[in-house]
Design a protein around this ligand. Structure first.
Ligand SMILES: *[C@@H]1O[C@H](CO)[C@@H](O)[C@H](O)[C@H]1NC(C)=O
Ligand SMILES: *[C@@H]1O[C@H](CO)[C@@H](O)[C@H](O)[C@H]1NC(C)=O
Ligand SMILES: *[C@@H]1O[C@H](CO)[C@@H](O)[C@H](O)[C@H]1NC(C)=O
Ligand SMILES: *[C@@H]1O[C@H](CO)[C@@H](O)[C@H](O)[C@H]1NC(C)=O
Ligand SMILES: *[C@@H]1O[C@H](CO)[C@@H](O)[C@H](O)[C@H]1NC(C)=O
Length: 190
């Protein structure tokens, strides 16, 4: 019993000390075992993606089509890369929060749904310079779209989380859109 109590005290003390060390070290790499001993923080963030597929200042480009893409009702097999602006509100002139950069492609033969993998690169505020990676299956015309946070850097080291998104405006011809993202990230307290 005494042994258990003393080892628990050690864990608590270690967690407190390692948080101090972690604070001092950021943005230098923290040993992974130190990070795992820290308390956990839940961070909620909302931002808006300004996606421009067609027009001036286009930010999405087609990398490839599959042999089936043009005949497919879901445009199966296309792959696009993008670097879109993230803003604080749905208004494209609102404060920039960062960039969302990565890939998506049609990955469902029967309904319109994409395979997504992209990084959110924050360029302002507390998270400036930090990233989170968002991935998952995205049924783009669905009312409910849920993706996941698969990891992060700096402020968001060892992150995991849930992302919901919805279109605020969407042009079916150009595919230009403003998409709202609610992100809940669980990560060791930086
Ligand atoms: C394209 O970008 C330029 C330079 O940032 C800007 O002046 C212009 O208004 C943009 N055009 C559109 C249609 O957003
Ligand atoms: C993919 O197909 C579309 C529609 O036919 C075409 O506009 C585009 O240029 C093609 N892109 C590539 C990279 O093959
Ligand atoms: C974000 O960090 C970069 C690099 O440290 C710095 O140049 C930039 O001014 C910062 N931006 C804001 C809005 O704080
Ligand atoms: C994001 O959260 C707000 C406030 O809770 C809610 O009104 C909105 O519908 C949510 N959007 C998504 C895409 O989850
Ligand atoms: C856009 O296309 C989707 C899927 O085909 C459809 O459900 C939606 O009603 C269309 N929206 C508009 C504004 O035409």
């Amino acid at each position: 019993m005494a042994k258990l109590a003393s080892s628990l005290m050690f864990v608590v003390a270690f967690a407190t000390i390692s948080q101090e060390i972690a604070r001092a070290l950021i943005p230098c790499p923290i040993p992974i075992d130190t990070l795992l001993c820290q308390t956990t923080t839940v961070t909620r963030i909302r931002f808006y993606m300004q996606a421009i597929d067609v027009g001036t200042n286009e930010t999405t480009y087609r990398l490839a089509n599959a042999s089936i893409t043009n005949q497919s009702p879901t445009k199966y097999g296309f792959l696009d890369i993008f670097d879109n602006l993230l803003t604080e509100t749905s208004d494209p002139r609102s404060n920039p929060v960062g960039r969302i950069q990565g890939l998506f492609g049609s990955a469902d033969l029967n309904v319109i749904a994409t395979y997504n993998s992209y990084n959110v690169y924050f360029t302002s505020g507390l998270y400036n310079g930090s990233t989170i990676n968002i991935a998952g299956r995205d049924p783009v015309f669905s009312d409910y779209r849920e993706l996941f946070v698969s990891g992060g850097t700096r402020f968001f080291r060892l992150a995991r989380g849930i992302v919901t998104s919805r279109a605020i405006t969407e042009d079916n011809t150009t595919m230009n859109a403003v998409i709202e993202f609610n992100v809940t990230v669980v990560h060791p307290t930086p």
